[in-house]
Design a protein around this ligand. Structure first.
Ligand code: GLA
Length: 398
């Protein structure tokens, strides 16, 4: 058990038991990609892969952080909080700095060991898990009375200022608000949300990790945001009431097509269509119509690949393969939905696969991927789990 290892490490390192153990999950997103920063809808969920934290307050102003998976440590004083050269440190420091920025008082430093099983760079938001976990832990440890939404907004700010990615709110929101067997339909305009049951015993969610992380990711991500903003600026001349792409219909967009560059038009088109797709997919979910839901996932992939251009050959190949597999005699209809997930340029595809064909599906797709790219395909079956939470220490120690 991971948290047992972490607990042991904490004892070895700091000579005592931690005050608090926290589990902070990674996330998947069923549908609604690149819509969060456009005030649209998303449909994420927290998963059963998580980062765990063992933490205790200290008597002085120092903070000592140990990253279990990296076997690396970092020490600093509360009186001197600065960005670090070590990338991983900034996710934690960023959250701490944002909490202090909000005027919350932390009287002493802390010791913390953290680590987990959210694969890094796979698009499962390990960074959001780290941010939501440390935020939750500090909030509990010092009774700061920050709400879940506060913690999500703090994590997002930390990511913007300390990691340099102008991400939306989806990842941290999901890691914090997740609920077992439910997806979250989040309205990124007013941050209202509703849980939708996602519990289909005949289907399993399988992630296929391309194993590639193109460095382009962060730059292109910020670039897409800028392109959407450019689109809005131009649309506002004709429609002054428009505040974000959430307020734009395809009819409005088409009427201004000649004023937008082809690229900006394409980006806006994808977003407007995707926001609508989330609504259709949610209706399908309510009606238990997984076939339509899966079809929408494929359409999302097409849009992300062709119009938004955040896919890559490896992701496209994996999605294409699910169609071939589903057409084969042996595994007919095995996959009902597949698409790239998250920011793009690598990471995972998410697949909705018939539970009784899982092993064969994994075997087939792994073989095809290896033949095409000479990369061992990592696959994960994921379950939808609760968001960030305290773990009873006693349960782990017994
Ligand atoms: C990344 C960002 C999210 C979201 C997705 C794309 O995961 O962190 O805010 O924009 O990409 O949907």
């Amino acid at each position: 058990m991971l948290n047992e290892l972490l607990l042991q490490k904490f004892k070895d390192y700091f000579g005592d038991n931690p005050t608090l153990l926290v589990r902070a999950p990674g996330r998947i997103n069923l549908i609604g990609e690149h819509t969060d920063y456009n005030n649209g809808f998303v449909l994420p969920a927290a998963i059963d892969k998580a980062i765990y934290f063992a933490i205790s307050p200290r008597n002085d102003q120092n903070c000592i952080i140990h990253a279990y998976d990296l076997d690396d440590s970092y020490e600093f004083s509360l009186n001197n909080i600065q960005k670090s050269e070590k990338g991983w440190v900034n996710f934690l420091i960023g959250v701490l700095a944002e909490i202090l920025e909000k005027g919350k008082k932390i009287n002493t430093g802390f010791n913390v060991v953290f680590g987990g099983d959210v694969p890094l760079g796979a698009g499962l938001s390990s960074s959001a898990a780290v941010e939501s976990g440390i935020g939750f832990a500090i909030n509990e440890l010092y009774n700061l009375e920050l709400s879940k939404l506060d913690l999500a907004l703090i994590a997002q700010q930390a990511e913007h200022k300390y990691a340099g990615v102008n991400c939306g709110i989806m990842d941290m929101f999901a890691s914090i608000h997740g609920k077992a067997n439910s997806v979250i339909k989040l309205d990124c305009q007013d941050l209202s949300f509703a849980y939708f049951p996602f519990d289909f015993p005949d289907y399993t969610l399988v992630l296929c990790n391309t194993g590639v992380k193109h460095n382009l990711g962060d730059t292109e991500y910020n670039q897409r945001r800028a392109e959407c903003e450019e689109g809005i600026r131009i649309l506002q001349s004709a429609f002054p009431q428009v505040d974000s792409l959430r307020d734009v219909s395809m009819r409005m967009l088409s009427s201004q097509a000649d004023k937008l560059s082809p690229i900006v038009y394409q980006r806006c088109k994808y977003v407007v269509e995707e926001i609508e797709r989330v609504n259709i997919a949610c209706n399908a979910l309510e009606n238990g119509d997984l076939a339509t839901f899966g079809q929408k996932m494929y359409e999302t992939h097409e849009g992300l690949s062709q119009d938004y251009e955040v896919s890559c050959p490896e992701l496209d190949f994996l999605v294409e393969q699910t169609l071939n597999i589903s057409l084969s005699e042996e595994l007919r209809g095995a996959v009902i939905g597949a698409r790239m997930m998250g920011g793009g340029f690598g990471g995972c595809t998410i697949n909705l696969v018939k539970a009784d064909t899982i092993d064969k599906f994994i075997e087939k797709i792994s073989l095809a991927y290896h033949q095409a790219f000479n990369i061992e395909l990592q696959t994960y079956k994921v379950n939808i789990a609760n968001g960030v939470e305290e773990i009873e220490k006693e349960l782990v120690m017994n």
